[in-house]
Design a protein around this ligand. Structure first.
Ligand SMILES: N[C@H](CCC[C@H](N)C(=O)O)C(=O)O
Length: 282
């Protein structure tokens, strides 16, 4: 049977996903479709596929698939775009939305301009150190890992923002050959579940330049959870305070690690690119 699926292409700081409202268009094999639809030349072209659904614990749910079809537990940029999608398309009139994700319920605070969402603050919860064991119950000291790749030595901090990140500070980000080193670190034997990799350079007080190699999607223009992980690692290693602006290839995010709640708050824009439809043979 051939079905027509309506989707919306959106991006947050250039991190672009295909969004489908599964209450209208159920999707049975998202792993496979994410791969096919994300392909730049033969598909729609994106960093992955995001499914919006219902939840019995929260207002709505999110599932996120990387361009290689693997499922992630959390996505910062997609959570902001979902806030915009839900409000701008009239699926909710709330400006505070509870979003059910595989890494727990996240709270979205929508900021409006002319009756539409133009930016969103997401409560990303409490960061943890081990990539796989985030339980949201407490912060633990982060670990700095010495890592060797092709005879080069790196020192990286692992931070979980629901999904795993490795943050490496460098003196000059222009010296990093990300397409070469990114996949080697993503698949390093230290990280059996693979890992998202961020290279970061401190530019000045509260300003961090970051480039990301995402697990399952490769180089992306921005990563919300990665920006949070970078700001947390910068604070923990004495490189920044609790408020940072993380500047990525596709845009910037403001990250605040709240001292009282220990929660990380991420604020940034969310942008619709276009609505489209695509045929699916079930
Ligand atoms: N781009 C996303 C994260 C996707 C994470 C994914 N690559 C993984 O953990 O496998 C963000 O804005 O947070």
């Amino acid at each position: 049977m051939t079905r027509t699926i309506k989707f919306t292409k959106m991006h947050g700081a250039g991190n672009d996903y295909i969004y489908v409202d599964t209450t209208r268009f159920p999707i049975e094999h998202p792993e496979e479709l994410s791969k096919i639809w994300s392909a730049p030349h033969t598909g729609i072209g994106s960093d992955g596929l995001v499914l919006i659904g219902t939840s019995d614990k929260a207002d709505f749910s999110m599932r996120i698939f990387n361009a290689d079809g693997s499922e992630a537990r959390m996505c910062g940029n997609a959570s902001r775009c979902i806030g915009k999608y839900l409000f701008d398309y009239g699926l909710t009139s709330k400006t505070k939305i509870m979003l059910d994700t595989l890494s727990g319920i996240k709270v979205l605070n929508l900021h409006l301009a002319d009756g539409k969402v133009n930016s969103v603050t997401v409560d990303m919860g409490i960061p943890a150190d081990e990539p796989a064991d985030y339980d949201g119950k407490g912060a633990k000291p982060m670990k700095e890992h010495p890592i060797e790749v092709d005879g080069e030595r790196y020192a990286g901090t692992t931070v979980s923002m629901g999904n795993p990140h490795l943050v490496i500070f460098v003196n000059d980000i222009e010296d990093v050959d990300l397409p070469v080193i990114g996949p080697k670190l993503e698949n390093h034997s230290l990280f059996p579940e693979r890992i998202n990799v961020e290279f970061a350079q401190i530019l000045g007080e509260g300003k961090i330049r970051m480039r990301v190699w995402e697990r399952g999607s490769g180089i992306t223009q921005a990563c919300g959870t990665g920006a949070c992980a970078t700001a947390v690692a910068a604070f923990l290693t004495g490189r920044a305070g609790r408020d940072s602006t993380v500047i990525m290839d596709g845009g910037s995010l403001n990250i605040r690690w709240d001292i009282a709640t220990r929660h990380v708050l991420m604020t940034g824009e969310a942008t619709k690119v276009f609505d489209g439809e695509i045929e699916l043979i079930d």
